[in-house]
Design a binder for this molecule. Sequence first.
Ligand code: SAH
Ligand code: SF4
Ligand code: F3S
Length: 452
Amino acid sequence: MSKDSPKKLPKTFFVKNYGCQMNVYDGERMAEQFTDQGMEAVDDKSQADLVVLNTCHIREKAAEKVYSEIGRIGKNRRKDKSEQPMIAVAGCVAQAEGAEISKRSPSVDIVVGPQAYHNLPEMVAQASGGKRAVDLDLPGLDKFDALPKQRKSGPTAFLTVQEGCDKFCTYCVVPYTRGAEISRSWSALIDEAKRLVDGGAKEITLLGQNVNAWNGEDNKGNMQGLDGLIRALNRIDGLHRIRYMTSHPNDMTDGLINAHGDVEKLMPYLHLPVQAGSDRILKAMNRSHSRDSYLRILDRVRAVRPDIAFSGDFIVGFPGESDADFEDTMSLVAEVKYAAAYSFKYSPRPGTPAAVMDDQISPSVMALRLERLQALLGKHQLEFNEEAVGRTCDVLLERKGKFDGQLIGKTPWLQSAHIDVPGLEIGDMVRVELNEAGYSSVTGKVLMKEAA
Ligand code: SAH
Ligand code: SF4
Ligand code: F3S
């Protein structure tokens, strides 16, 4: 494939992330490669010589956003052709739609899949020579070996421990865009976690499309699951908090459940998507867990960690979902009372079995169901935040708030906490008493400036 217009080698870049936290992690790793090459990150996309769109294919809307964004960048093009910004499409849309992207949007110079972005520096060189670069290999873990070792970090960091998915839920594109389940090695992860802590991280969130499917040999040659890895990370000095996401119910081992009871730095929060409350729909989704088996897992986690906060993902309007099936989802939600949740209208994805199932649900029915579900989830989220008022806990300050002097951090239960006290800095861990609650945040009164 060739393009006729060479472009200057980019000096500045901008990475725009869509989708899940794994894309955020990948986006950070792409940026590190560019800075290693002497390029400079810019905050304003229109000033960048290279724009990377790190895309998501999970729902139709997410995928369509990419094309409108490419169109917008196209409009801002500079007069001299060789001065035009280079456009790279990375992530899951790149993997799913491949070379079709450059056919639909000829201004795209680079198409790179989520397992191949360690080759970006070479691809940029190729594209600046006027040749379109495409790399959609799914080679497993090569990229991690090729990426820069040093990790700079804010107070909270993501660490991808596992990639891909073998579960093949009938609605989902992830097994096709991210490939099969693979775990990174124990030593690579302990090493990267230590580098992140040296680089400033106090909290690490372990990531994977099925993070709790992680397994590997420890440095003594014993097989370990995610709980073993978490216990090892718990021993790293300077690391204060550990989280993980996203988990699949079928990979919630006894070991991992028990870790919630006795690993000091593991935070009391579990994101465990259920998707639906009806066994008939769960079966059609190929979730391979039932409503009851899911609820039993939550009971067991609660037994070892009574203050655990649960969050979940939900899909309404899966093909064939009757009113009664939807009521099953509502009653499951009423039973669990999630602290937070993500809920979506079913979106048919090309190539997935559900997209060609009979009895697709109309958009208007889906809209009504989503509205009812979100009202209930929102009510529980507010109640969870209100029940936290009066508790004393640590907050790790992560970013500036809207108002002068205000900082925002997270409670152990992943609530956003607003703190208005002069003299505090991002990265401080403060002991607070929670004193007010809203839908999406709580506020805290600082009791001690240096907690834990
Ligand atoms: N691995 C995780 C999350 C995968 S994607 C898991 O197994 O749960 C994040 C969420 O997007 C899913 O949990 C699901 O709720 C939603 N999702 C995935 N495919 C979807 C589709 N085709 N339509 C609507 N929502 C979808
Ligand atoms: Fe998608 Fe299911 Fe895999 Fe989650 S477990 S990534 S929803 S196929
Ligand atoms: Fe989206 Fe890919 Fe993540 S499809 S949700 S960016 S794994």
